[in-house]
Design a protein around this ligand. Sequence first.
Ligand code: AMP
Ligand code: MG
Length: 391
Amino acid sequence: MSVADGLVRDGSVPGDRASSPGSAPIPRGLRGLGSGMGKKERWNGRFWFLTMLAIGLAGGCGDAPAPKGPSEGHKSIRLALGTVVTISTWGLEPTREEAAVERAFAEIERIEAMMSPNRSESELSRINDAPRGQWLQASPELVDLLGRALEIQRLSGGAFHPGLLPLVRLWGFSREPAPREPPSPESIDRWRRLADSGDGILIDAAAGRVQLTNAAFGLDLGAIAKGYAIDQAVAVLRREGVDNAIVSGGGDLRLIGAKGREPWVIGLRHPREEGGVIRVSRLSGDRAMMTSGDYERFFMHAGVRFHHILDPATGYPSVSGVISVSVQATDSTLGDALSTAIFVLGRERGIRLLEHFPGCEALIIEEGMKIWQSAGFVAAPHLTESIGVTD
Ligand code: AMP
Ligand code: MG
């Protein structure tokens, strides 16, 4: 399960049907899921709380019915990448939009089948299951993405690490049911000693090969592959002639174009108030918005919050003081990796990392709801009360 943070507001044109409270059309797919979502579904007439849908969904998928006119837009919702993926398109003839969206979802599914560490037949699992210290042929696409991941690992001084699968499994955040207590300190010490004993991942890009060198490491692209899948889906949409769209995975998203004559409007989730919105971004053109937060997957134990973003230096959930990082970036792959890296690095070192990436902006929330926003981060404060969100 993954929890979303960038929430797509459906209906940004003043006076259009979706923006007037109570009158917004709810796609059939959502209605059909009915009680599966239970109280997790939030509909306040102005925002779609995709986050809540992700939590409550037990299964199934659905597409919005095709609108009659191209300007009304089209929204499709599926389960993929361990969350709810939504593709909204605007302004193209409906049958072409539908075909394009279908291909974009197929692309997302292709990437998931290749890069999921939890599917035994994925390419990632083939590499993870092989003996350590052995070069393995890998597809150029995977080698490329790993190359990008290793670059962020290097620039972040190891705070971002694409090889944490054994540690992630030790913590068990992707287990169902979710764990209720941390692993033993001994097991984490054992992992750390093994991790300290050698490098993790080698790539030989020219030969298209990958090598895992140490049993402490196995590929887990959970902090970057969702962004990559979103980017690839956007590329497919563009190839199919779609100029205006949002592809959102849980709530991490990339948008292109605009919603008619208005920008797309994105609500940024409040990290401590369920259903709350802390900022609203009005964006158009080509922008990704990716968030890492300690509220996405976590459990409380003895009054301590144990969350899913791990500090490779300690083997424990990161305690940098950051509780949420949103990155606006030129692409989702980069935004995804950077938000995780900044989360682990903490505010000061995170800002220094950001300086390597012109065109990327961040909003960092620290404990106590201290908010830092880089100059170019497009977001306006938003009063939760003013849109009437209640639990
Ligand atoms: P995100 O929500 O994008 O920050 O990604 C978190 C996911 O990435 C976790 O569920 C793990 O699968 C993995 N992960 C956890 N800690 C790290 C880390 N320090 N660097 C890279 N990936 C991580
Ligand atoms: Mg990430």
